[in-house]
Design a binder for this molecule. Sequence first.
Ligand SMILES: *Cc1c(COP(=O)(O)O)cnc(C)c1O
Length: 225
Amino acid sequence: MNTASIAIADALATLEAEIAAAAAVAGRPRAAITLTAVSKTQPVARLEEALAAGLRTFGENRVQEAEARWPALRSHHSDLHLRLIGPLQTNKAADAVALFDVIETVDRDRLAIAIAKEQQRQGRQIGCLIQVNTGEEPQKAGILPAEADAFIDRCRGEHGLTIRGLMCIPPADQPAAPHFAFLAEMARRHGLPELSMGMSADFATAIRLGATHIRIGSALFGARG
Ligand SMILES: *Cc1c(COP(=O)(O)O)cnc(C)c1O
C-alpha cells in the first residue's frame, strides 16, 4: 500500500467522528480528550499535511528524529505541542527538555533526576507523565506497577518534577481494557489529571475508561512502512 495515498484530512475527519462517538457513549465532553498525532517516521511533507489539516499536538518516539524536523516547523506554528512518547536515555535528557512540552515516558529515578537537573539548568519547566509497564513485560519500558506508587511520590516530592499523569502501552496480545482501568485507578489515587492511553486499535476503549490523551499513528497517517 502506498501510505501517501491516504489524505490526512480525510483520515482525521473519520477519526474525529469516532472520537466524538466514543466520548458521547462515555458521557464525556469531546474537549476532555486530546488527539496526539504520532508522527514518528513520517516525512516532513506528511507533517506539513497534518499541520494543514489542523493538527497541533504531535507525539514522537525518538529525540534525534524529532530534533531533525520539528524546530523548523515550529518557527511557523507557535501553537505546536510536542510530546515524547518513546523511551528516553538519560544522556538525551537535555535535548528532550529543550524540545518537548511533555515527556510521557519517565520511568526511573536516574532519568527523573536528569530531567529535573536540565529543567533547572535551562530555566524551563515541562510536563511529565510516568510510564507504567502495566503488563510487566520485560522488553517494555515503564515502571513496574508494584513500584509505581512510591516512584510517583518521589518524582513529585524529591525530584520536583511536574507530574501531570500516567501513560501505558498494554501488551499487544491482551485485551487493553483491564490495563486502562488499572492505570485510571492509579491516576485517580494520586490525583493526577492526565491519562495517555489508547492507540489506533483501542482508543475507543481508552476513552471509555478515561483517557485524556490518545496517541494515534496509523489511523491518521496510514500503516508505517
Ligand atoms: C507508534 C506508537 C503509537 C501509535 O500507534 P498506532 O497503532 O499507529 O496508532 C502510540 N503510542 C506509542 C508509544 C507508539 O510508539
